[in-house]
Ligand binder design. Sequence first.
Ligand SMILES: Cc1ncc(COP(=O)(O)O)c(C=O)c1O
Length: 431
Amino acid sequence: MGTRAGGGCRPRRRVGRPAAPAEGGAATGGNPSSGAARAAPEEGEGLDAQAFRREFPALSEMAHLASCSQGALSQRVTEAHAAFLTSWRRRGAPWDEWTAVVERARRRFAGLVGAGEDEVAVVSCASEGAHQVASSLPLEDGRRTWVVTDLEFPSIAHVWRAQAEARGVRLRRVPAPGGSVDPDRLLAAIGPDVALVSVPLVAYANGLRPPVAEVVARARAVGARVFVDAYQGVGVLPVDVRRLGCDYLVAGALKYLLGAPGIAFLYVRREVVSDHRPSHTGWFGRRDPFAFDPDTLDYAPDARRFEIGTPAVPAAYAADAGLSLVAELDLAALWPRLEGLAQDLQERLLALGARLASPLDPARRGPQVTVRTDHPQELAAFLAARGVIASPRGRAVRFALHHHTDLADVERAAAGVAAFAAATALEEGRG
Ligand SMILES: Cc1ncc(COP(=O)(O)O)c(C=O)c1O
């Protein structure tokens, strides 16, 4: 290990409720349905935190604190992947079964965020969801400004930038010095010239929760729409799109939703769906994808109009299974426990002399505690060698908590950081 002078880590030293309603495996589209896929249980008894943890065999060996990057692998997702391959081997081309799983994943996501099934598009990634909105958002004279913040994940920022450039829209960018936006400055940026405001539910870099409710209220007042990137929160934080009042919300399946890469969900409020005619389109965006009519560019009446081509079926199996787990949690009841664990981790890290990038105020902190360090890769590797999976980003290491996290995980993470700091000090002393 090299010298780590100047690093941020210095050694100064159950509540469950029944799962989402049982959902049938009705396929959409033109393929005849002959048997619903059984990739994931459709009903659960409700899981408390301990029972939830037991769904993840890998957690007997590691503290998985990296849901901000990739969620932990559950037994259900393992079995769902196997179920996909089995269906393929046994039935050859079981599109009815596969489509049923995609539809079930859609329904589960809709149920999780309080949306109608018709308000959810299944897309390949969060960036695609943002693109589909930005590229087809109506433009009105006198309202050609989009408000974004520096809290945005870069890929989403790229989409706003590219589409603003392509469409002649002005981007009004609210800075986030030190990883935080000034709420007054953000709200002041939302004027009558604004068509869209983009705000993350939780900032990926440090776990900050910006004032989304206030943003929505302000946007409503001036007639602007709101896009929420909920990727770093949905699955742990209770989210209800109606209560939130946003127009669009996006999240991929692979982080706190406990799925695998390849699929994401875009919520579009029913009242604004028909304003959009995405030019990035294909047969899955049609009213009837199986009409096979190349001359008719009709748009599905619901959020399916944002879809393009064949969905990522293996990823849908994983998403369905991951969402089935989340559906068995009472997120509102469990969140305070997670807040307590985050607070505990924060205090342990502060006691070690670490500098945190995540907000100290629990009301502004998402499911992530973030420690500053000049050596994020080294710290993450050091922790991984001790069975603690955390996520390096920029000049920080992120510890993401999920409902499977327990106190032993927190203790292990803090002990790992302490050992890293001690080892670093020893090496520095040697130099
Ligand atoms: C908050 C947030 N938004 C968007 C993305 C990018 O998502 P995708 O790769 O699905 O486009 C990420 C990825 O880490 C993220 O954390």
